[in-house]
Write a protein that binds this ligand. Structure first.
Ligand code: UT7
Length: 321
């Protein structure tokens, strides 16, 4: 039996933290108190104009390769989850392959599932590995969401940040990923979207992120609880036997509500939203890398990752390090 296990992780945050007070100083009609009370966010990182998604992804990937003790050309599958690709095409994964100096003909493609993108990518990579077609996947969540924010919309611009997280998933004789589940319901697309497009050399429609925050909040709490229970049942694992939960880092109140519903103490929940903001597809691999590097998640620990985002999409995976 072939399984897929995590061999290394890495992450990257561009520039210095930008605090809530820094946003106020930049003229945004908000306050540290409002942002902290409603979201738990205290700061985020914003990429300078010269950096694109594949640059963030490259640094996170190099750190993951180093942690796994392998070379870039040992990778035979690259999946980048992003909603802020470098360009319409080629894929950010193909550009990342080039920046990493991978010349072995590895498969490379992007996944577009917004904030659930990393969970989608991880699950897809696992299926490639378990089929025997590929041996070592680089799965990255990388975003420059600051580029699609309307900085005059205080209801959204204070919530997001930029960053990248990367995971090496490799074939193994012992289980790493225990179970996973992916879902989507496109009928909810208007509550979180960037509706614009490019045609005939013009931007058609609205190029900025638009969100009905309260509708997203309610939807997220419901499906994150449901999908966590689904993967636990599929894996035959009791919630008490899970060492860590790593939810998508959108809002600490969503994270707390989900933990409460599952009966998981917040001591077992990895949170980085206070320092990273919502980095969409990058949020889970960033939090995972932080918790592995600071020694909280250790070999043998079981952890559950779960994401929800535009589409609507949602998913979860139960893993063992
Ligand atoms: O990856 C998934 C992405 N998104 C999410 O997870 C977001 C989920 N939703 C949320 O986190 C919350 O709905 C928000 C944090 C976005 C908003 O919190 P809320 O409690 O739903 O606030 P609201 O939108 O109902 O706005 C309440 C008030 C309004 O003022 P009035 O009409 O009551 O006078 C807003 O204008 O807060 C005002 N407001 C702000 N005030 C200061 C909205 N944004 C801000 C702001 N600073 N940044």
């Amino acid at each position: 039996m072939i399984y897929a296990r995590i061999a290394g992780t890495g992450s990257f945050l561009p520039g210095d933290p930008v605090t809530n007070d820094d946003l106020v100083a930049r003229g945004i009609d908000t306050s540290d108190q409002w942002i902290v009370e409603r979201t738990g966010i205290r700061s985020r990182h914003l990429a300078p104009p010269e950096l694109v998604t594949s640059d963030l992804a490259r640094i996170a990937s190099e750190r993951a390769l180093e942690a796994a003790g392998i070379g870039a050309n040992d990778i035979d599958l690259i999946i980048v989850a992003t909603s802020t690709p470098d360009c319409i095409f080629p894929s950010t994964a193909a550009l990342l392959q080039s920046k990493l100096g991978i010349r072995n003909g590895s498969a490379a493609f992007d996944i577009q599932a917004v904030c659930s993108g990393f969970v989608y990518g991880l699950s897809v990579a696992e299926k490639f590995i378990r089929s025997g077609s590929h041996k070592r996947a680089l799965v990255v969540g990388a975003e420059v969401f600051s580029r699609i924010l309307d900085w005059s919309d205080r209801g959204t611009c204070v919530l997001f940040g930029d960053g990248a997280g990367a995971v090496i998933l490799e074939a193994s004789e012992t289980p790493g990923m225990i179970s996973s589940a992916l879902h989507a319901d496109g009928s909810h697309h208007p509550i979180l979207c960037v509706p614009g497009s490019v045609a005939s050399g013009q931007i058609i429609g609205d190029p900025f992120l638009r969100m009905d925050g309260q509708a997203v909040f309610k939807f997220a709490v419901r499906v994150l609880g449901d999908v966590a229970l689904e993967v636990l049942e599929q894996g035959g694992v009791e919630v008490g036997a899970v060492d860590w939960m790593i939810p998508h880092q959108a809002n600490v109140r969503i994270i707390q509500a989900t933990a409460k519903r599952l009966g998981v103490s917040m001591d077992k929940v990895i949170t980085t939203v206070d320092r990273h903001g919502n980095t969409s597809a990058a949020s889970i691999p960033l939090a995972l890398d932080v918790a592995i590097r600071d020694g909280r998640i250790r070999p043998g620990h079981r952890f559950l990752v779960e994401g929800v985002g535009g589409g609507f999409t949602w998913g979860a995976a139960l893993l063992q390090l």
